[in-house]
Design a protein around this ligand. Structure first.
Ligand SMILES: [Zn+2]
Ligand SMILES: [Zn+2]
Length: 406
């Protein structure tokens, strides 16, 4: 369904485009405007609205639709409000204009990651409320800052607060990734981000010389890139493995040096590892340390990020939340592809405090454009996502009492 003028546009699409125009772009997101947007939406929908300032200027907005049975745990629908920066010159349209082309594609930073999901939650709740439904379990929607820079001033703090525990979340949904095929990807675990900086010190001197023991040669780049190649080959050679099942690493920063002809005394290399959940984390860290030791004297490593608590949410009928989720998808004839999230999301914080969670952004037949130029989503795919949540929420919010509820 394509609409030409604003007068024909579906109101859910109009709201989506309004939200896309709020510049919550790192590194200086306009969080105030986003919070005001959700407060106003809560007022229109008749939802409770709570603002929790987890750090100065970092507010988590919680919109609540109370259930009929307050003894039951709640459903948590989480989404982050920040988006990653853009390289504007590579975009066909202004990334904060939410331009819609004649075919119905909406171009904007956040169109896939993950402003679509925030509005889909709200629009599904709106529809269900308008139709007069009530469900046993309370539904909370949390809109959190800071995910794109690690969640340290967002979900990581929020899950430790009494306001989070007061939500009594029994199950959570957070973001997933688009799927170019007819299927929908759903994520039941995540790789753990380890951001590692290797610093080496060595002999300085004239760069015309065959100096031994230089900082550059001890940066461990070769060992780490050889490991990268091994994991890549493992992924390539086994059709059953998905990207999230192997450990990835990329060299993302090199620092040091002052001049072409001066060998520097110190250099550093930064690596973004994403460690698969089945890896022995202790052994893996020892492997990193042993590469440093093998490189020679004066090589150290430090962690800018080191997630140590990977959790897996079961995807079988022993998990009543999975049973409800997958039953709806089956009833709607949606094909699900359960995977491990290759990147990191706020779901890792949610799972780590014991709440089972799935990562799901209902976008099929959609190229994966998160963090990319010309990030876009077709309005029909967006609206289909609202339909999907409109079916998922009643099922999840009606899961009968569980032992964990008492
Ligand atoms: Zn995201
Ligand atoms: Zn992202």
């Amino acid at each position: 369904m394509t609409s030409k003028g604003p007068e024909e546009e579906h109101p859910s699409v109009t709201l989506f485009r309004q939200y896309l125009r709020i510049r919550t772009v790192q590194p200086k997101p306009d969080y105030g405007a986003a919070v005001a947007f959700f407060e106003e939406t809560a007022r229109q929908l008749g939802l409770g609205c709570q603002k929790v300032e987890v750090a100065p200027g970092y507010v988590v907005t919680v919109l609540t639709w109370p259930g009929t049975n307050p003894t039951l745990s709640s459903i948590l629908l989480n989404s982050h409000t920040d988006v990653v920066p853009v390289f504007k010159e590579h975009w066909s349209h202004d990334p904060f204009e939410a331009f819609k082309d004649s075919e119905g594609y909406i171009y904007a930073r956040g169109a896939q990651d993950m402003k679509c999901v925030s509005i889909q939650y709200l629009e599904a709740v709106r529809r269900l409320k308008v139709e007069g439904h009530r469900f046993p379990r309370t539904i909370h929607m949390t809109f959190v800052p800071d995910e794109e820079v690690g969640g340290h001033q967002g979900m990581e703090l929020f899950v430790q607060r009494p306001e989070f525990h007061a939500l009594r979340a029994g199950f959570a949904l957070d973001e997933g990734i688009a799927n170019p095929t007819d299927a929908f990807t759903v994520f039941y675990s995540e790789r753990s981000p380890w951001w590692v900086r290797v610093t080496s010190t060595g002999r300085p001197g004239h760069a015309s010389r065959f100096m031994e023991d230089t900082a550059a040669e001890k940066l461990v780049v070769n060992s780490i890139l050889a490991f990268r190649e091994k994991e890549w080959q493992r992924l390539q050679s086994n059709p059953h493995l998905k990207e999230g099942s192997v450990t990835s690493v990329n060299l993302t920063k090199l620092e040091g040096g002052v001049a072409y002809n001066v060998i520097p005394a110190t250099m550093s290399a930064s690596f973004d590892f994403r460690v698969a959940p089945d890896v022995d984390f202790k052994a893996f860290e020892e492997q990193l340390q042993s590469w440093c030791q093998a490189a020679g004297e004066g090589v150290t490593l430090e962690f800018a990020q080191k997630w140590m608590h990977p959790q897996v949410t079961p995807t079988d009928d022993s998990n009543p939340w999975w049973a409800a989720f997958s039953r709806v998808c089956k009833d709607m004839n949606l094909t699900l592809e359960p995977e491990i999230m290759p990147a990191a999301t706020d779901n890792r914080y949610i799972r780590a405090v014991g709440v089972p969670a799935l990562g799901f952004s209902p976008m099929n037949r959609t190229p994966v454009l998160l963090h990319d130029h010309d990030e876009r989503l077709h309005e029909a795919v967006f609206l289909r996502g609202v339909d999907i949540y409109t079916r998922l929420l009643p099922a999840l919010a009606s899961v009968p009492a569980l032992p964990s509820d008492s």
